[in-house]
Design a protein around this ligand. Structure first.
Ligand SMILES: [Zn+2]
Length: 375
């Protein structure tokens, strides 16, 4: 076992504090004497003991040669993968628990331009990573390492490899060349072939706790502070989502979602749709707005459904049903699919809002919670 110090079983607070400090010092040192800003490695935050153990093992070059990092979107898998690559490749013996962050290896890993770091991902906004890309990578891996002590392949997201691509990759996962480590990131591990999964060590990346997100928003001085509570509620464990939720646009659109759900009698679907699209800067912007609205609708409906189910489980009588929120959630998800199918944003919005109004009025008319979907 590579760990020279026992990680804190509580997870990282104490340890990551030290590592955060060393990373901050590293960033400050990197900034010194650099007139141009250099991309710096980002320390993954809010991860538990598993993460610390993995980094310590990576510093000692004793991790499995192929690791799958799986977890929901926005939980920081890519940041962890990059940190892990630096832990493997950084030659500094200054810290057994973190890459130094300032050497030329670390700096070039942060910028994604290290000759021993290989990124395998879809090119040119395509959805699929091609088999040709896998074969090219395999040819490169036959060559010697250029200059680092290890070579790292980041496959992110690995579900972008179709079945043929994954099958082609199998040989590399089975017998990587010496000093080569492969890190696969995915939010859909079920889309990986069993033969791929069985050749890798699988690690789950968890979302951050609400408390940790709150601390981070304060530490980053995200203003206005009055938005933090809402941001934490919308974050679902992702700091990135929490930061997005503090923007004026998200706050405005989330207010529209709350207004949609507030009073079914007062809801005017078409004027709400106009309100949402008002001031859109072209078609693409309208799609962005509507997508955000539907995502927030789905999130709110999901949260209300959970709440109803939980209060039902606590034995309230008569038992509460999860309707109409399950149906509202379904409508929002269908609306998102329609957007992906290039159906015009105004049409999608009007359709979803009319459906929501019908559902909420149906729920209002049926006090036992059963919803007439209306005709
Ligand atoms: Zn370094």
């Amino acid at each position: 076992m590579a760990a020279r110090k026992k990680p804190d079983p509580e997870g990282a607070p104490a340890r990551s504090g030290k590592t955060a400090a060393s990373a901050a010092a590293a960033a400050a040192a990197a900034a010194k004497g650099q007139s141009k800003p250099v991309a710096s490695l980002r320390l993954p935050i809010g991860q538990g003991a598993f993460f610390l153990r993995m980094v310590v093992a990576a510093r000692a070059m004793r991790i499995h040669h192929a690791v799958i990092l799986s977890g929901a979107q926005g939980t920081g898998k890519s940041t962890i993968a990059r940190w892990l690559a630096a832990a493997l490749m950084c030659p500094s013996d200054h810290d057994v628990e973190a890459p130094c962050g300032v050497c030329r290896h670390c700096r070039r890993i942060a910028s994604g331009i290290h000759p021993d770091l290989h990124l395998l991902r879809p090119l040119d906004q395509k959805l699929i990573t091609s088999v040709e890309q896998v074969r090219e990578l395999q040819d490169t891996l036959k060559l010697s390492l250029v200059e680092a002590r290890a070579r790292v392949v980041l496959i992110d997201p690995c579900e972008a490899l179709n079945e043929e691509g994954q099958n082609t990759l199998l040989k590399t996962l089975e017998e990587p060349s010496a000093g080569t480590f492969i890190v696969l990131c995915t939010s859909r591990p079920e889309q990986l072939l069993p033969t791929v999964r069985s050749r890798c060590e699988q690690k789950t990346v968890r979302g951050m706790t609400n408390e940790r997100i709150a601390q981070e928003l304060l530490a980053r001085n995200v203003t206005p502070f009055s938005h933090h509570e809402r941001a934490i509620r919308l974050a679902h464990g992702s700091l990135g989502r929490a930061l997005d939720a503090c923007t004026e646009r998200t706050v405005h659109i989330h207010d529209l979602v709350l207004a949609t759900f507030a009073d079914s009698k007062a809801l005017r679907p078409l004027s709400m749709a106009r309100n949402l699209l008002e001031g859109s800067d072209g078609r693409a912007d309208a799609v962005v707005r509507v997508r955000l609205y539907l995502q927030l609708c789905a999130g709110e409906a999901g949260a209300r459904m959970q709440h109803k189910l939980a209060s039902g489980a606590q034995g309230s009588y008569p038992p509460t049903a999860s309707e109409p929120w399950a149906s509202v959630l379904e409508l929002a998800l269908l609306g998102l699919q329609d957007l992906e199918l290039q159906i015009p944003a105004d049409q999608v919005t009007a359709g979803v809002l009319l459906g929501i109004a019908r559902l909420l009025r149906g729920a209002h008319a049926a006090p036992n919670g059963t919803v007439g979907r209306g005709s």
